[in-house]
Write a protein that binds this ligand. Structure first.
Ligand SMILES: [Zn+2]
Length: 258
C-alpha cells in the first residue's frame, strides 16, 4: 500500500478525530459527546480505521488473496492446515500467540520452514487498549522474543488481538520494527456453524473486495485465545474448499505487501 495514501488517510483521520473531540469540548450536548465516543470506538476496534495511524490492510491488486491464520500454533489444526497448503502449493501468514509458540516450538519452526510468513499476535492475547503501557510493551516485546528466538528469523508483522489498538499500541509495534496489520475480510470462523458457511462468507468477501478494487486480507483461525488445542475442523475444511475453488488465484503472504 503506498505510504502516501496511508499517510494522507492517517492525517485525515487525525483531523477528523481532533474535530470530533473539539466539538465535544465546545458543545456540552450529549449528541456531540456521543459522536466523539463513536469516533473513538471506531478508531480502536474497526479493522479499516486509520485514525490512530496506518495499518496494513490490502493493496489495490484485486486478484491477490492473502490467507491469514490467527491464534496458533495449535498442535491439531496447524499441522493439518500446513499439509493442505503444501498440497496446493500455497503460502499463508500465521499470527502466532507468544505463549503458544513457546509450547509448540517445533510447529512454529515448521510454519517458517514451509515458506509461510510468521507474525506477532501478542504474548497472551489481551484486549490491549485496556492494558497499562507497561503491559502493552511486555505483550509485544515478549512475544517478539519468544517467536524470533524459536524460529530464528525476524518477525515483521504485528496483528493486535481482536484488531483492538490505540496510538500507543501502534507506536510500540513500530518501535519493534513491526508493521501493524489488520484485515479487510473476517470469516467469523469461530462462530459460524458449518464449513460451508465459512467458505460462503469468504468467497463473498473476496468478490466484494475485487469489486472495490482491492486484494483480500482474510482472517481465519487455526487456534483460539482461550484454548490452545481448539477444534478448528470447520476452518480446515473451509480452507480446503477455498483453495480448491480459488485454485488459480495468486495467493500471497502479507509481507509481500510491505
Ligand atoms: Zn486473535
Amino acid at each position: 500500500m503506498p505510504a502516501t495514501r496511508l499517510a494522507s488517510a492517517s492525517l485525515a483521520g487525525r483531523r477528523a478525530l481532533e474535530k470530533s473531540l473539539s466539538s465535544a469540548r465546545s458543545l456540552t450536548g450529549a449528541g456531540a459527546l456521543a459522536a466523539a465516543a463513536a469516533t473513538l470506538a471506531y478508531a480502536v476496534v474497526a479493522p479499516s480505521s486509520q485514525l490512530f495511524g496506518p495499518t496494513l490492510l490490502a493493496p489495490a491488486t484485486p486478484d491477490e488473496i492473502a490467507l491469514t491464520f490467527d491464534d496458533g500454533p495449535n498442535p491439531t489444526a496447524t499441522p493439518r492446515l500446513l499439509d493442505l497448503l503444501a498440497e496446493h502449493q500455497v503460502r499463508a501468514t500465521f499470527f502466532l500467540i507468544g505463549r503458544y509458540t513457546l509450547a509448540q516450538p517445533a510447529l512454529a519452526r515448521r510454519i517458517l520452514a514451509e515458506g509461510h510468513t510468521v507474525g506477532n499476535h501478542s504474548m497472551s492475547h489481551p484486549r490491549l487498549p485496556l492494558c497499562s503501557h507497561t503491559r502493552i510493551t511486555a505483550e509485544l516485546t515478549d512475544a517478539n522474543h519468544a517467536i524470533e528466538d524459536t524460529i530464528a528469523a525476524p518477525v515483521l508483522l504485528f496483528r493486535p488481538p481482536h484488531g483492538f489498538r490505540t496510538p500507543f499500541v501502534l507506536r510500540t509495534a513500530r518501535a519493534l520494527g513491526l508493521t501493524p496489520t489488520t484485515w479487510n475480510l473476517i470469516a467469523n470462523d469461530w462462530s459460524l456453524p458449518t464449513a460451508d458457511a465459512i467458505t460462503t462468507r469468504v468467497l463473498a468477501g473476496i468478490a466484494r473486495n475485487q469489486r472495490r478494487g482491492y486484494a483480500s486480507n482474510i482472517v481465519l483461525h487455526d487456534g483460539s485465545q482461550t484454548t490452545p488445542t481448539a477444534d478448528r475442523t470447520r476452518t480446515v475444511a473451509a480452507t480446503a474448499a477455498i483453495l480448491t475453488l480459488q485454485s488459480l488465484a495468486p495467493f500471497v503472504t502479507l509481507d509481500t505487501w510491505l
